[in-house]
Design a protein around this ligand. Structure first.
Ligand SMILES: NC(=O)c1ccc[n+]([C@@H]2O[C@H](COP(=O)([O-])OP(=O)(O)OC[C@H]3O[C@@H](n4cnc5c(N)ncnc54)[C@H](O)[C@@H]3O)[C@@H](O)[C@H]2O)c1
Length: 269
């Protein structure tokens, strides 16, 4: 049982592929907290995934949209407002994909068409979501828009490849559009930089198990799970965080502030 901290709030949740997805856990919690929302994913993901089970549990409608298509996004934002009977209070962009990572390309042998795809799907799509939200006048005042990032935007993690550039773009968009949306409508825009998490997108990175374990040992609180991330997202959608905007918020159990930890020293001895 939740505490109804999202009671009366309406939104769109992108990126629930299966029950491991951060967006999936967020949808369950948002529903528990009294929110009403539309679920969306790329048409191909809707065919492969199990989103209808989630939709049933959350009493939500599913609208397909490729997040790189402004046309799809415009239809999504318009339809969502019709379905929900009003403007939106929150949007979660939980989208990431790199064809170069998926196909195991080394960083010195990237396919540039795929690199552009990585940037479009994982970075630029956030700008498209924000711009369409503005143009369709979809947001209520004091709304909250979030995307999910990773610390490879600031530090090098070799196997993260061109996704590192996409996350840097994503975080920069949150600052620039955060300024704009605050001035226009008092809407806040942030990114959450999440620990490595066992999901389809996460485990696509080579050596993910070792990497997950390393991050866990380097984080005094351990890795933040998808469920923990969902809780944080709910807080960021609530009225308790109205003055937080244009930030990249570290949600990583202390990883980003740790130099070395005793757990890691023990492991390396
Ligand atoms: N798993 C991790 O280790 C980790 C760590 C930090 C940040 N993140 C980020 O969290 C977010 C969610 O990923 P996840 O870990 O829940 O994995 P996931 O694979 O469950 O979710 C990624 C989603 O992106 C969707 N997507 C891909 N291309 C799309 C497109 N063109 N249009 C619309 N949707 C599209 C997929 O269908 C999928 O639902 C991503 O931004 C990811 O980079 C993940």
């Amino acid at each position: 049982m939740g505490n109804n901290i999202l009671k009366g709030k309406k939104g769109i949740i992108f990126g629930a592929l299966d029950e491991n997805s951060i967006a999936w856990k967020t949808a369950l919690k948002a529903s528990e907290e009294g929110a009403e929302f539309v679920l969306t994913n790329a048409p191909i993901a809707l065919r492969m995934g199990t989103i209808n089970q989630l939709a049933e549990k959350c009493n939500a409608e599913v609208i397909p949209a490729d997040a790189t298509s402004v046309e799809d996004l415009t239809a999504l934002f318009e339809k969502s407002q019709e379905i929900l009977g009003g403007k939106l209070d929150f949007v979660l962009h939980s989208i990431g994909m790199s064809p170069n990572v998926r196909k195991g390309k080394s960083y010195g042998d990237l396919n540039y068409d795929w690199f552009l795809k990585t940037l479009d799907i994982s970075g630029l799509s956030f700008h498209k979501v924000l711009q369409v939200a503005e143009k369709t006048d979809a947001m209520n005042e004091w709304g909250s828009i979030l995307a999910l990032s990773y610390i490879a935007a600031q530090r090098s993690f070799p196997d993260y490849s061109d996704m590192a550039q996409a996350k840097a773009v994503l975080e920069s968009i949150a600052r620039s559009y955060g300024y704009r949306f605050a001035k226009l409508k008092k809407v806040r825009v942030n990114t959450i930089s999440q620990s490595p998490t066992m999901t389809t997108a996460g485990s696509g990175v080579t050596g993910f198990d070792v990497f997950f374990d390393y991050a866990d040992k380097m984080s005094p609180l351990g890795n933040a799970s998808a469920g923990d991330c969902a809780n944080f997202i709910i807080t960021m959608f609530s009225d308790y965080t109205r003055m937080v905007t244009m930030q990249n918020l570290m949600h990583d159990g202390g990883f980003s502030a740790s130099g070395i930890t005793e757990d890691l020293i023990e492991r390396l001895k």
